[in-house]
Design a protein around this ligand. Structure first.
Ligand code: SF4
Length: 463
């Protein structure tokens, strides 16, 4: 399977422009403050009252980290003040109570994820306490996927025991890169030995699925250095692997200014890094799932990909079609059927809302009919790498060619460059086209031109 990616820099320069990662459509900048907690409560009532209310996917945002990684794009709070963290957990309890009290008790949790920040920065007894609180308020499905993001730095045997004892069955760990020079520049020193110790600790305690995260496009990375990191990762043999594109957006994330532009790899090097990762991992029998994910053939993500049941939400690629996602904690974004609602990103506002007995929703959005059609098409192209026009027409009650005449015209150059095959009733993304999947999806986005005219780049570069 080597060298199957026929993309060059000249092509990239033509197509590479800032674009969303499409974990939602429309994207979060389009949510409005006129949609607040009262409106969100009404929407919860509606979804509860459906004939067969959807299963639940719960997300908990635990924003605290001990130190700042300079590349970080997450909503974090850097602190060593343990009381501050304990105080946040008290408020999470209040939010759990508010949400659970409004939830139809028939609805089961089929997916739970703790993200951040660094959820594993909680003390072991805090992990136990928060988990117990969640379990006592929501019924869980027997086969629920229960996952946590772990930073190996700071982990102890007691953390590993707590994570497994409470019932996590999946874990995801950030590695980013093993090279000392890269680690120093991004302020994240994490040895291979430590990563292996935590990985093995999770495995021997019976965790079913472990994901590792790498990032390409970090300062001082070269193909030779990335080769070394990737060889060690393959030897560790995670079930899943994410290879994210470093999003350098210093105008949105001020601390990224610490990273000097001249240390970043060129577009040519970034392209080579990505090609190297895709070609090496697929040769090693990992399946290229989507934009940035890889998994072993027996993994449920691969099964979902093969059955065209892959789905995309705020947590990235997922196998859980049809769940309602409730996000708790500051900045969390919930996604009910046709509604998004985001919690406030400011801790004082988050606490104030909960003290007043209100959900801490700051803004949200109800999709229009056009949004629903476009979201369906964008999800299909991001997950299946294929658009079946008959399926879209049946699902959305539209005439595809008429509805998307502009998008099809915009995509013609992609077809000429063999990034996309367009036939009578199908659009199929080629292997090379997967590297530019965000750009292909952007053709179906009704908001993009307006976004760029209004406020300059709102998104990271697609490569
Ligand atoms: S540990 Fe993760 S969330 Fe925290 S600063 Fe580093 S990258 Fe960001």
């Amino acid at each position: 399977m080597s060298h199957f990616l026929d993309v060059n820099v000249e092509m990239l320069q033509r197509y590479d422009k800032p674009g969303p990662r499409y974990t939602s459509y429309p994207t979060a900048p389009h949510f409005t403050e006129s949609f607040g907690s009262a409106r969100f409560m009404e929407e919860i009532e509606v979804t509860n009252g459906a004939d067969a209310p959807a299963d639940l996917s719960l997300y908990f945002h635990l924003p605290f980290c001990e130190s700042l990684c300079y590349f970080c794009g997450c909503t974090t709070i850097i602190t060593r003040n343990r009381e501050r963290i304990a105080g946040y957990l008290d408020y999470l309890d209040k939010e759990i109570e508010l949400v659970a009290a409004r939830m139809n008790p028939q609805r089961r949790v089929t997916q739970l994820h703790w993200g951040g920040g660094t959820p594993s920065y909680l003390e072991p007894d805090e992990i136990r306490r928060l988990f117990e609180s969640i379990r006592s308020h929501f019924p869980f499905a027997q086969d629920a996927e229960v996952s946590i993001e772990i930073d190996p730095r700071g982990m102890t045997d007691a953390h590993l025991d707590a994570i497994v004892d409470v019932g996590f069955n999946r874990a995801s760990m950030g590695v980013q890169d093993f090279e000392p020079q890269v680690q120093e520049t991004i302020n994240r020193l994490q040895s291979e030995e430590l990563t292996r110790w935590v990985f093995d600790g999770l495995r021997t305690r019976g965790i079913e699925s472990i994901n590792l995260d790498l990032i390409y496009g970090l300062p001082h990375q070269s193909v030779a250095s990335f080769e070394r990191t990737l060889a060690r990762i393959i030897d560790i043999s995670p079930d899943r692997l994410a290879v994210f594109n470093y999003a350098h957006v210093p105008w949105l994330k001020k601390h990224q200014k610490i990273i000097k532009e001249e240390t970043l790899p060129s577009v040519q090097v970034k392209l080579n890094l990505l090609k190297y990762a895709v070609e090496t991992l697929t040769r090693e029998d990992y399946v290229f799932i989507g934009m940035d994910h890889f998994a072993k053939p027996e993994d449920s993500l691969v099964q979902a990909l093969n059955e065209k049941k892959l789905y995309r939400n705020f947590q990235g690629y997922s196998t859980k079609w049809g769940c309602d996602l409730y996000a708790l904690g500051m900045s969390g974004i919930s996604q009910l059927q046709d509604v998004y609602a985001q919690n406030t990103k400011e801790l004082p506002d988050y606490y104030k809302a909960l003290d007043e007995g209100r959900l801490p929703t700051q803004r949200g959005y109800r999709l229009t009919e056009d949004d629903q059609v476009r979201r369906h098409v964008i999800t299909k192209i991001m997950c299946d790498f294929e658009i079946d026009m008959d399926q879209i027409e049946a699902h959305c009650h539209i005439d595809f060619n008429a509805y998307f005449a502009d998008a099809l015209a915009e995509l013609a150059p992609f077809a000429q460059d063999k990034l996309l095959h367009i036939t009578d009733r199908k659009l199929t993304v080629t292997d090379s086209g997967r590297l530019l999947i965000r750009n292909i999806a952007m053709a179906f986005d009704a908001y993009l031109k307006d976004d760029q005219q209004k406020s300059g780049p709102m998104y990271s570069k697609t490569l």
